[in-house]
Write a protein that binds this ligand. Structure first.
Ligand code: ZN
Length: 165
């Protein structure tokens, strides 16, 4: 298990556009494993390349069902909308209200560079949009409706875990 340092808001790397992954190699396999370790250690549900200082179009997500590796992901369709709380491991201690599609279908490559599609609703739809945003240098704080809030100390820790991406 190897943990990577999570970059935080203010680090210019979070605002850069990532380059597509052209081939899978040992280095990228290790990166993916490290990203899962780092995400789980931080109690997050998603983590994107730039958050660990790597400008590759690559992210990992685990909303509690299946762990997903998304390489060169593209949103192919969106449906409806949801308005809810969102947080980010790169903006620790904060959350905000963000409007996202209710349902999202994404086409990506898996860790074997095989194409697949995943459709997510609710938290997964939110996580897919959030992580793909990171690959284009977008931070959720740009999309927040109203103010960015600090976590209330009385808030259940479980709730916090669900929101960090
Ligand atoms: Zn994030």
């Amino acid at each position: 298990m190897a943990l990577r340092t999570i970059r935080v808001e203010g680090d210019p790397i979070l605002r850069k556009e990532c380059r597509p992954v052209k081939e899978m190699n040992e280095r990228t396999h290790i990166l993916i494993n490290d990203m899962f370790d780092t995400m789980y250690e931080a109690d997050g549900v998603g983590l994107a390349g730039p958050q660990v200082g790597i400008l590759k179009r690559l992210c990992v997500i685990d909303c509690g069902d299946d762990p997903l590796v998304l390489i060169n992901p593209e949103i192919v369709s969106v449906e409806g909308e949801q308005i809810g709380q969102e947080g980010c491991l790169s903006v620790p201690g904060k959350y905000g209200i963000v409007k996202r599609p209710a349902k999202v279908t994404v086409r990506a490559l898996n860790e074997d560079m095989e194409e697949y599609e995943v459709t997510g609703e609710g938290l997964l739809a939110r996580a897919l949009c959030h992580e793909i945003g990171h690959l284009d240098g977008q931070m959720y704080v740009d999309l927040v409706i109203g103010e960015l809030h600090s976590y209330d100390e009385e808030m259940e820790s479980e709730e916090i875990e669900e929101m960090s991406e």
